[in-house]
Design a protein around this ligand. Structure first.
Ligand code: HEC
Length: 148
């Protein structure tokens, strides 16, 4: 909930600045972290259903998956030049190896789109696989581009 409010506030501040760009690297960092917070909330809730830590509700799951797919591109606009400095866990490699980072971001977006689609069917096994594939893209990027 806090992440959602932060994201909305940052979005509103974004529209107030020229062309919606970030003037301030701190804003950009907060924006991308808030977006990752929402991503995590959706991802973790789906994980809880698949691991039977809470009852499976296939409609709720499909909605989570759809929202995750909608969120998938949001954090990446916040990785602006100079935002490797500040309260961030992003490694400098993000900017030094940008094409690898961008490629991982697009693979992540692709995997979330697949999950959103697959979760609309009634194939739990296929859904679990698509979910696992998304998780691999999170981990792959974090292992390379995020402090732990
Ligand atoms: C292409 C790279 C990439 C992908 C894919 C990715 N992340 Fe991240 N994530 C990062 C980086 C880099 C940071 C550090 C951001 C910062 O601190 O500025 C981060 C930060 C986070 C954070 C911490 C946010 C905060 O409040 O500081 C969470 C939670 C998170 N990611 C969850 C996820 C989950 C869950 C997935 C997959 C469903 C995912 N990420 C996919 C690169 C990625």
């Amino acid at each position: 909930m806090k992440a959602a409010v932060t994201l909305i506030c940052v979005l509103m501040m974004g529209t107030a600045t020229a062309k919606g760009a970030f003037d301030d690297t701190d804003d950009a960092i907060q924006y991308r972290q808030a977006a990752f917070g929402l991503i995590k909330e959706n991802f973790a809730d789906m994980g809880a259903m698949l691991k039977k830590k809470k009852p499976m509700d296939s409609e709720a799951f499909a909605q989570r998956a759809q929202h995750l797919a909608l969120l998938a591109e949001i954090p990446f606009t916040g990785f602006i030049p100079g935002s490797d400095k500040g309260k961030t866990d992003a490694l400098g490699k993000v900017w030094q190896q940008r094409s690898d980072f961008d490629q991982r971001a697009s693979q992540f977006a692709q995997a979330t789109a697949t999950l959103a689609q697959v979760s609309q069917g009634n194939d739990l096994k296929a859904t679990a696989k698509a979910f696992g594939d998304v998780g691999k893209t999170c981990k792959g990027c974090h292992d390379n581009f995020k402090k732990d």
